[in-house]
Design a protein around this ligand. Sequence first.
Ligand code: IPE
Ligand code: IPE
Ligand code: MG
Length: 233
Amino acid sequence: MKSNKESTFTLSAPNHVGMIMDGNRRWARKRLLPRAAGHRAGAKNVVPIVGCAFDCGVKIVTLYVFSTENAGRSEDEVTALIDLIRDQAKPMADKLIEIGARVSYAGDRSYFPQDVRDIMDEVERRNTNPDAPLVNMAMNYSGRSEIVRACALAAQSGNVTQESIERNLYTAGLPDPDMIIRTGGEKRLSNFLLYQAAYSELFFTDTLWPDFNTAELKSMFEEYSHRTRRIGR
Ligand code: IPE
Ligand code: IPE
Ligand code: MG
């Protein structure tokens, strides 16, 4: 049975949570491991954290997996990251589907090699239940590029309004994130969900992403449930 404390935040759990999963390389450096080991450890933490968020009542999790700017890292690191995405995308989606979720991808996927894009398309085709909780993975994602693209598409339709721009964002049809969590100590958005984060509650922790755990996540949900969201009113 759930404790009173747990049910308090379950009642007012955020609907949509964005997660900036930062700190993988520092986690590896602390252990004298190669960067790729940090990224692997980070990938391993995704299913437990997302699973906990869903158990707490969250319906949508948008994960910042790879930013457009990350493509400017060293060739070795970018190759390691793309290899990891290639290796992990399907098994991770399998595990998420097993816990009842569906998976989608946000961002400019034309950057990725065809075989990686094929995996993304295949995973998205498995989304048969529109009511299942959603894991939305931001891959080669840039908030600014997303806004420019959405404005251009809206202009093409001859109708530039907030609604027409929102219809052309990668998050079209999804509610804005209620809460954005950033691990790894930095206090910035780094081009994540710039348009959508207008009224998101921001949470920062020094914990490096591979060390971020369900206890800390739940304590953030607890704090979220006590925040007053005025949305300008
Ligand atoms: C986040 O960890 C993962 C990606 C950006 C792909 P980093 O790789 O940024 O690790 P730190 O922040 O340098 O420790
Ligand atoms: C943000 O982290 C991107 C992801 C977590 C995927 P970065 O490490 O790229 O951000 P900066 O460079 O510290 O702003
Ligand atoms: Mg970082």
